[in-house]
Design a protein around this ligand. Structure first.
Ligand SMILES: *Cc1c(COP(=O)(O)O)cnc(C)c1O
Length: 230
């Protein structure tokens, strides 16, 4: 297990996939997904140049936040309960998993209390899989319009998770769909919304996601090895 080698490999694969996409010059941010990963391993990744770290649980993010040294942006990528927003509001750089108006309102309220405006992505369930979080595509426009009234948040883009499949090609239609939604929303030029971030792709399907327009990929096991849920 060599985190440095894995990181180089992932960066290489991202670049190769970029060349096969419609906008090969764009910047791709790699979010190192650190759930269940020990602090010393995360620190190792940070020392190797990782600048973006993603956690899916509030408590785990808060604990690790205080233990990692260096300039790191913290990303909340997991389902977020309203009553836990207050714990991360002063720590998080980007919330990928906004999936309701009440959650958006709570984030905005808490952000204003600490004098911040928090960047958010709206999680869209493009696969229709019942077990997945995220809004339905049809709800997107209304939610974005409502976000314009909330001065504590700024919607920066969209996020999705494709259903897991050993064959990454199975994820392509879902990434294509999210990419289309992203473009459509961008073209509408809603006043407070700057659509810049398309967060899609994980260890097994990030190459397909980059080919389809992702600007952020969320990578855990390909970087740190398989997780041990003890
Ligand atoms: C765990 C997780 C990832 C990373 O998964 P890997 O398959 O380990 O790369 C990405 N996004 C979300 C929302 C996750 O919960």
């Amino acid at each position: 297990m060599n985190i440095g080698e894995n990181l180089r490999m992932i960066e290489e694969r991202v670049q190769e996939s970029l060349i096969k996409s419609d906008s090969p010059k764009r910047q791709i941010d790699i979010i190192a997904v650190t759930k269940t990963i020990a602090v010393d391993q995360i620190q190792q990744a940070v020392n190797l140049g990782v600048r973006n770290v993603g956690e899916n649980k509030v408590q785990e993010m808060v604990e690790k936040y205080h233990q990692i040294d260096g300039l790191v942006n913290w990303h909340m990528i997991g389902h977020l309960q309203r009553n836990k927003v207050k714990y991360i509001v002063d720590k998080v750089s980007l919330i990928h998993s906004v999936d309701s108006l009440p959650l958006m309102e709570e984030i905005s309220l808490r952000a204003l209390k600490v004098g911040r405006q928090i960047d958010c992505l709206i999680q869209v369930n493009v696969s229709g899989e019942v077990s997945k979080f995220g809004i339905e595509p049809i709800e997107l426009e209304d939610l974005i319009k409502r976000s314009e009234q909330l001065s504590g948040i700024r919607v920066k883009g969209l996020m999705t998770m494709a259903p897991y499949d050993d064959n990454p090609e199975k994820a392509r239609p879902y990434f294509k769909r999210l990419s289309e939604l992203f473009q459509l929303t961008k073209e509408k030029r809603l006043s407070s919304v700057e659509m810049e971030v398309l967060s899609m792709g994980m260890s097994n399907d990030f190459e397909v996601a980059v080919q389809e327009g992702a600007t952020m990929v969320r990578i855990g096991s390909a970087l740190f090895g398989s997780r041990n849920y003890a």
